[in-house]
Structures are given as C-alpha cells and as structure tokens.
Design a protein around this ligand. Structure first.
Ligand SMILES: [Zn+2]
Length: 204
C-alpha cells in the first residue's frame, strides 16, 4: 500500500487550513480605495482618527479569523468521519493549532498584533500634541517602524513598533502576502527591540 497518497492528502488539508483563516487579514483592507487616507507602505503613517479606526478594524478582522478557522475545523471533522481521513486530519490539525495559538493570548501568551490598548495609545499621543505639554510648536506625529515620532522635532512620542496596518504592500500581493503569513501582522523588528534599546543606552 502506498503511503504517498495519504501524505499528499494530509499536506493539502494542512495547507488549505493554514491559509484559509489568514486570508481575511491578507485580503480585506489591501485595496487601493481602502487606503486613500494613508501614506503608501512602507512610509511612516501620520496619526489621525482614521488610523486609530484602522487599528480597531485590523483587531476586528484578527478576531474574525478566529471564527473563520472553525470552518476548516468542521470540514476536517466531517472529512475524518465520512470522507478522506488523511485530508480531514490535515485540515483539523492546522486549524486546531491556529485556534489554540490565538486562545493563548487569554492565558498570558503573546498579545494580538492589534489591540484596544494600541488604539488608546495612539489617541493619547494625539491628545498630547493638542495639550500644553506638546513636543514642539508644530507637532506632526507619525508612526515609524520602530516608534511614534514627531516629524518636526524627531522626539519619540511612544515606543510602540508599528504592526502591519492593512495597507497595500510595497512588495506586492504575493510576496507581501507571504511576509504577512510569516509575521502574522506583528511588527517585523519586534524581536530586535531589546538589542537596539541596549545600543541606545550605551550611546547616552
Ligand atoms: Zn515635535
């Protein structure tokens, strides 16, 4: 009996169920019409109520993916029971893993790439530049890759690395999409953050 066929079925089930729940993040907001209020990727993005709203939308889509993942989970279950067991198992493992990894954020695991707290911090920065304690006379806060900085005086207003913001990616749909699959929307440089902070300290 050949083992190749079940392996191929398993792998295709696994792949389908890997891609399926991630598609909304890759697809929904990427169209040109969705991003007219923002500078093109990967340029810094100016803070505005629209940007705060985008963060909240990305957060909503992120959690929507959680429910989207239950579709291959159910199909996988049905396939194990009545159809091709290897294919169903592939579907089931991959979507089950996806759901479990997202549930982790409730038990102290990694926070989602877009959070309510993030939107609140954007709002705080915007409130601050309207207040007495603003950084300079003409503050223009913009979200750069590593932090929110003022374009006029270069002061760091919030040390919050920029996640993917749903803009059409400069590296194109396929490569950009692939990158999103790898990073899941998290800031690409988050892993280096501690290292670069150490360098900054030593320079002071
Ligand atoms: Zn400033």
């Amino acid at each position: 009996m050949s083992l190749i066929a079940p392996i191929v079925y398993f792998a295709s089930g696994f792949l389908i169920s890997f891609l399926f729940p991630r598609l909304p993040i890759i697809m929904i907001t990427r169209g040109r019409g969705f991003n007219t209020a923002f500078s093109p990727h990967p340029e810094p993005i100016q803070l505005s109520p629209k940007l705060t709203q985008r963060v909240l939308h990305m957060r909503m889509i992120y959690w929507m993916c959680f429910f989207v993942a239950t579709i291959p989970l159910l199909f996988g279950f049905a396939s194990i029971k009545w159809g091709n067991a290897a294919f169903g198992f592939g579907l089931w493992i991959s979507s089950g893993w996806f759901i479990l990894s997202r549930l982790q954020s409730f038990t102290g695991g990694q926070k989602p790439p877009w959070t309510l707290n993030m939107a609140q911090r954007l709002q705080i920065v915007m409130d601050e530049i309207e207040s007495e304690s603003k950084c300079c006379n003409e503050p223009i806060p913009e979200w750069q890759v590593m932090a929110i900085k003022c374009k006029s005086c270069a002061k760091i207003l919030d040390e919050m690395p920029r996640p993917d913001l749903g803009r059409k990616r400069q590296d194109g749909f396929f490569l950009g999409g692939f990158r999103l699959l790898l990073t899941d929307g998290y800031p690409v440089i988050a892993a280096d953050l501690n290292g670069s902070e150490l360098i900054d300290d030593s320079e002071e």
